[in-house]
Design a binder for this molecule. Sequence first.
Ligand code: FES
Length: 162
Amino acid sequence: MHKEEITREADLARVNELVAEYSQQKWALIPLLQEIQNEVGYIPPQFIPIIARALGLFPSQVQGVISFYTQLYTQPRGRKVVRVCRGTACHVRGGKTILKLVKQHLDLDEGETSPDLEYTLETVACIGVCALAPNIVVADHVHGHMNPRKVEQLFKNRKGGG
Ligand code: FES
């Protein structure tokens, strides 16, 4: 069995546990969805009817809430989201090269998630710490003054997408 399949099975089992914990608590829909996403990285769509039944809601209500909140996802996301800043301050200080190197190390393009669900790569307009440009964010940690050596250190275990 592939590593990816094992991860997904474990994730699905965990979703089942969380759904059971919140059974018949309509108020708990958003906390439940957030908890599932925190632990699994996304909300597996096949669980929408199960979540709805457990909480006494319609699947369309659950789907509606997920669609409303842009930070809830029904596609697999990496446990670590990497955000490379493409704002002006970062751009003029080499942000484009940093993005190219991160793509190479992770073997991902913008918007993609690694097959082992470890990383998702995104770009952002500005993360608000322009003085530290160029910046990237890895799993909510800001890494400022990025250079090729720092990219190498951050992702050395992932070279070539391994
Ligand atoms: S432009 Fe990159 S942090 Fe502002």
